[in-house]
Design a protein around this ligand. Structure first.
Ligand code: ZN
Length: 152
């Protein structure tokens, strides 16, 4: 019992004590200073990139302006058929839109050119004399709009 063999743990203890002593005698080197940020190393490059992004965004917004303007204005009157309309025809078409929207409430709405009241058939409202406008057909139809057809 007296001469017991050195235990393997003693070797480990000696090894660790030696390492601790070494570490105390020679402290580890301080960590290297952190690298400067990229923006400080290349300020002009970063500024150029920022300006480039701003310029690209400005070009994109400018190119999208017509779509933005169109969305802000809301739906336009839709008209099918002949487009070379004179002043009286434009007024007649406007009357058809107003009548269809229920805005023309004073008396019987009539065509400004021939003076006759509009013909209504169901939801359809037609000019009584489209030939006075040089057209063969001029009417408002729900879900279609004003249709103006001229002689082909
Ligand atoms: Zn008319």
């Amino acid at each position: 019992m007296e001469d017991k063999e050195p235990e393997p743990m003693d070797d480990l203890r000696d090894f660790l004590e030696k390492k601790v002593k070494e570490a105390q005698d020679k402290p580890p080197a301080p960590p290297p200073p952190p690298a400067e940020p990229f923006s400080r190393r290349h300020p002009r490059l970063v500024l150029a990139l920022q300006l480039g992004v701003i310029a690209a965004a400005a070009v994109y917004v400018y190119s999208a302006l017509p779509a933005i303007r169109g969305a802000a204005q809301g739906p336009q009157q839709l008209r099918l058929g002949a487009y070379g309309a004179d002043r009286g025809t434009e007024q007649c078409i406007g009357n058809l839109w107003k009548t269809a929207a229920g805005m023309e409430t004073s008396g019987n709405p009539s065509c400004p050119v021939c003076g006759l009241p509009y013909k209504t058939d169901g939801g359809k409202i037609a000019c009584p004399a489209p030939d006075k406008h040089g057209l063969t057909e001029l009417y408002f139809q729900p879900r279609t709009g004003v249709v103006a057809r001229g002689p082909q």
